[in-house]
Design a protein around this ligand. Structure first.
Ligand SMILES: [Zn+2]
Length: 239
């Protein structure tokens, strides 16, 4: 598959970053990201989920104690364990490839070869620089190459990749690449609009800003096709 425009512009961001040699804090607040794959170590799955929950629980308790919180208080006592389970089983379970949704494809019997758009897919993710939520809506489209996918599976793919420490650009590309692979076509488009709590609740504290990222593969690079997709998603739903 050819490198798309977004990827190549990201690669140039990468080399600019190296030149500028930003500090870790600057990297975080600029939401820089280093690549399309989620950066993970080779030993990522040496521990079982239960072992990970135990370890996180231990360390989260230390964080709370360091902040001066009284872990004997009935309200706080269970928090380290709740947070650890929530991280491993819910918020970050998309790090584990075994959680990847199994996708069944169907033959395109109706010979429907126009654009299919699934819009307003709600997602909740967490910023990898601050570990606070970003959330919003994903709008996906594809043109069938002969296979079709169950509609709810599009939601599941979005959900899987959002359950990781993420940056919005990578989330967008990971979903796009997965759909291109499953559907065996380059003709995939995505727009994601999200609100980042690390922007609204801290740092610059801008509550009105939202961030939009996009991906246009294959036929969607043609202006008229892109425009058709944008028309569908900008129309308020009539339902
Ligand atoms: Zn952030």
């Amino acid at each position: 598959m050819k490198k798309n425009g977004l990827e190549s512009s990201l690669l140039s961001v990468h080399s600019d970053f190296k030149k500028n040699s930003l500090t870790h804090d600057e990297i975080g607040d600029n939401h820089y990201f280093s690549g399309i794959e989620t950066p993970m170590v080779a030993s990522a799955f040496d521990k079982t989920d239960e072992e990970k929950i135990d370890t996180i629980q231990f360390h989260f308790k230390k964080i709370m104690e360091t902040l001066g919180l009284d872990l004997n208080d009935d309200s706080l006592k269970g928090t380290p364990s709740r947070v650890a389970k929530m991280y491993v089983n819910e918020l970050f379970n998309g790090l584990n490839p075994s959680a990847k949704p199994k996708i069944a494809l169907f033959e395109n019997k109706y010979q429907y070869n126009e654009m299919l758009v699934e819009k307003n897919i709600e997602f909740y993710s967490n910023c990898e620089h601050h570990f606070v939520p970003f959330y919003g809506k994903a709008h996906l489209a594809y043109i069938s190459s002969g296979k079709v996918i169950g509609l709810s599976k599009l939601n599941r793919v979005v959900n899987y990749f959002s359950k990781r420490p993420q940056v919005q650009e990578r989330l967008t590309i990971q979903i796009a690449k997965e759909l291109q692979q499953i559907l065996d076509t380059d003709d995939v488009a995505i727009i994601i609009e999200a609100k980042h709590l690390c922007v609204s609740s801290r740092g610059i504290k801008d509550n009105s800003a939202s961030t939009i990222t996009s991906f246009y593969g294959g036929t969607f690079k043609i202006e008229s096709v892109k425009a058709e997709f944008l028309t569908y998603i900008s129309k308020p739903s009539s339902l």
